[in-house]
Design a protein around this ligand. Structure first.
Ligand code: SF4
Length: 444
């Protein structure tokens, strides 16, 4: 069934859809990171943590078996196993030596990439052993791993389950053979279903699936078919991401045929169609691009007003400190953000030489913390209370006039029509925002 897509006034295209706004996965945005903040700041920040901070650990595996043309991640195809082995040695060293709060307790561990399924079971266990040696891990901790469905063998599924993994995220994107050919990622629906079955059979019961819109040759019908398929496969959470075409930044994207890319209006329709399918299938909409079964922890957090926003999008992770290990990983605490060297070889070299890998970031001012929290509340709850100086009605004039928000003295409320544009609305309560099309991503 093709869903009716709400029509948007033509002026919305220029005013909102094409407006360059931050993703607001951090505040201030990562575009403001600089090299004046580094490892020395991290040591100070760790000394300032509460008595028993809740910790979240992220580990980046920047390797894949093949390159998907649409990929926007920091990853490479390693031509020699020595590159992976060297990286793993460096990772082990970073985990064991980097300052961290001594009395912290870990509630979340996330393996991202790249494709963590590139790791052999032994290598996966090695990282988990390093974490267990270094940290106290809560019995009920969530251990999540991003996986390429094509790499999920029965052996891997069992090894991940034995290592304590509780949640897996499978990259699905689009199930149409034509789209898969154009994005260089051939994985029929059966491959995804088999991966999910192997994981569940091994005991990893929470399965996320990521789908996309805006890919070459995608249509509303194809996006709907993919959304229905992941719902039928029983995904607990579904993320719906728009393809960001930045071939000047990600050179492999030059292989994407630009004349097959949907236009801004088609992207909008595809996004709506995916959302409508998932809601029909019983998913709760979480923020502007996540969907979850009502019993999933993300949906429960949303109902409780405990949803948060970080570099992975929406999360229910209640951390005080997020420690990002590996190349390009970003760490976060109340005091600020720090990013590691992005090139895996440079990262490994620095750890071999004993030089810092945390090389850029920023320290947050109290005002930035407060603004960041208000923006997060808007993106998570679709409403926010005024800041110390109230609301800037002038900055909000267009979204008020267009019916995207209702401004009351005690709060700003995003209307249902405004939800797809919530990042545009966030930009209007962000005093530091300056629209710079080349630095930020398209809102829809
Ligand atoms: S599997 Fe994921 S990380 Fe690897 S190239 Fe494809 S999209 Fe990028």
């Amino acid at each position: 069934m093709l869903h009716a897509v709400p029509t948007q006034p033509a002026r919305f295209m220029e005013r909102y859809v094409l407006e360059a706004v931050p993703r607001y996965t951090s505040y201030p945005p990562a575009t403001r990171f600089h090299d004046g903040v580094g490892a020395a700041n991290w040591s100070v920040w760790m000394d300032e943590q509460p008595e028993r901070p809740v910790l979240s650990l992220y580990v980046h595996i920047p390797f894949c078996k093949t390159m998907c043309w649409y990929c926007g991640c920091n990853t490479t195809v390693p031509n020699r196993d020595e590159r992976v082995a060297r990286y793993l040695d460096a990772l082990d060293r970073e985990i064991r030596t980097r300052p961290a709060p001594e009395n912290g307790i870990v509630h979340h561990i996330h393996f991202g990439g790249g494709s963590p399924d590139m790791l052999s079971p032994e290598r996966f266990h090695r990282i988990m052993d390093a974490f267990r040696d270094r940290f106290e891990i809560a019995d009920e901790a969530e251990i999540a791993v991003e996986l390429d469905p094509r790499g999920v063998t029965e052996d891997l599924a069992e090894a991940l389950a034995a290592a304590g993994v509780t949640r897996a995220s499978l990259g699905v994107q689009d199930l149409s053979p034509e789209v898969q050919t154009l994005i260089h990622r051939i994985q029929p629906a059966e491959t995804v279903a088999r991966a999910a079955m192997r994981l569940r059979r091994a005991g990893i019961l929470a399965i996320n699936m990521d789908i996309m819109y805006g890919l070459p040759a995608q249509t509303v019908e194809r996006v709907e078919a993919t959304a229905r398929a992941v719902a039928d496969m029983g995904a607990d959470r579904v993320s719906v991401f728009g393809y960001a075409h930045v071939p000047w930044f990600k050179k492999h994207q030059r292989a994407i045929p630009e004349d097959r890319l949907p236009g801004a209006s088609e992207r909008f329709d595809q996004m709506h169609a995916a959302a409508a399918c998932l809601k029909d299938a019983g998913y709760a909409a979480i923020g502007f691009d996540h969907f979850a079964r009502p019993e999933d922890s993300l949906a429960r957090a949303a109902r409780a007003g405990e949803l948060r926003r970080n570099f992975q999008g929406y999360t229910d992770d209640p951390y005080d400190v997020l420690i990002g290990y590996g190349a390009s990983s970003i760490s976060e605490s109340r005091q600020g953000y720090l990013q590691n060297l992005t090139d895996p070889a440079h990262y490994a070299q620095a750890l071999e030489n004993g030089t810092p890998v945390q090389v850029r970031g920023l320290e947050r001012t109290p005002t930035e913390c407060e603004t960041g929290e208000r923006i997060a509340r808007l993106l998570c709850d679709f409403e926010v209370e005024p800041g110390p100086d109230g609301f800037d009605a002038e900055a909000l004039a267009d979204v008020i006039a267009d019916g995207l928000v209702v401004l009351r003295p005690d709060r700003l409320i995003v209307t249902p029509a405004g939800r797809p544009y919530v990042r545009n609305i966030a930009a209007r309560i962000d005093p530091a925002f300056q629209a710079t099309v080349n630095q930020h991503s398209q809102a829809v």
